[in-house]
Ligand binder design. Sequence first.
Ligand SMILES: Cc1ncc(COP(=O)(O)O)c(C=O)c1O
Length: 488
Amino acid sequence: MDGRPLYLEPRLGPRLRSLLAATGTLHTLTDALGSPLHVVVPDQIAENLAGFRSVYRRHHLSGQVFYAHKANRSSALLRRLAATDAGVDVASLGELQHALGAGLTADRITATGPKNPEFLWLAARTGVTVSVDATAELEQLAALVRRYALAPVRVLLRLSGFETPGVRVLSRRSRFGTPVRESETLLKAVERHGDAVDLTGVAYHLDTTSVAEKATAVEGCLAVLEACRSRGLRPRAVDVGGGFGVSYLAEREQWEAYTTELTSAVLGRRPPLTWGGHGYGLREESGTLRGALGLYPAHRSVAGASYLDELLSRPAASLGGRPLAALLLEHLYDLHTEPGRALLDQCGLTLARVLEVRTQETGGELLVRLAAKADDIALEDHGVLMDPVVLPRGGAGPGGGPVAVHLFGSLCLESDLITRRTVFLPRRPEPGDLLAFANTAGYAMDFHATRAQHQPAARKVAAWQDGDTWRWCLDDQFWPITPSGGAQ
Ligand SMILES: Cc1ncc(COP(=O)(O)O)c(C=O)c1O
């Protein structure tokens, strides 16, 4: 191996650390249920929820934490949440049915995202709150309510295109939500359909890590709530969506060293660090670096509940510089959040069996083929770079020091790369070993899963600690009352 290894070691909380130490159990599970295999840890989601709740308490705010279901299809995680006081944000008919079936009542569910008529009807029929994307959707909903003689439906108005008091638009363009400058039309529609909808608040979801952009959006929402009140409407909540993020890596230094070396490799100043010279968005043009790094910031000093804390503590530039939380509290507005990835932090891992380890005749990296497809371990689809943990089949074994490898999937497709980068492992993996990809519960388990080439999508199990022992069941067999299975 040329040069020193550039590790990107996963950040492991106590639960995942303990689960990874149960090597025998993890091997037995994959022997029985196949590779790849997803393992979810329902108790962790309840702990993450408590972290969000404590930020609410610190700022004296009331409101609901709605888990963004789209990030993982797991029944176990959803049912574990049903045993808490959390809500769920559903983005499809199937997710709504799943949430109702898991025991979440309509008052704990919001329907967001693009909606087909069946989804809208079931939402209206069961009385969940609908986050309305546009005037046309509001009209459609009102028509359903009248046609089927349903009770008025609670609605939030999803807004986008927020601006600072100057002209510069600070929040990025979104194809979802109604631009704030068109909110007047939406409010007129709410008034027109007052018999069919009950306006409870306004909402946004911005796909950005920028706290400044989100603070601008909260200020924009507060201004629209004021406009509502001056028209005699009585909304009482701001829903700030999701996007609180996760810090995936254990060490900031490793992340910084990796991105620095990647840049050097793209500029040709060191040997390539990726398969086929891929630059993750960066490229070299006449000796100059161009493009932008298209990666998730895998080490973040502020993420999850702390990110919410930072947002709420931020002074509102257009509203006298007072913290956003103080402004929400002063108006007695509820704060709703829709964390997906952040609630799933440390909630699972994905196991893949090593099938083949090939040495290249020309030397260089080992070619490691796994019993998994790239879409089963979709960390790279989300721009997350993180090393797997090697779980040797027969105990620790000889190892022989660090190696550089390329990780391939099991499809006969050049592009089926588990990761495009060269991965450094502390020891040479052998056929039969498992690679454990930590922290895959948020979007990396089933969001992209396919059955290409008749290869099965990964199965999923739920695992929990019973004293010193890890117990498990199939994901859809898990209920909070499963013997020792979670909620007390
Ligand atoms: C409306 C809405 N809310 C919440 C989320 C969850 O975002 P995250 O998983 O980044 O918290 C999403 C993600 O796409 C979304 O579209």
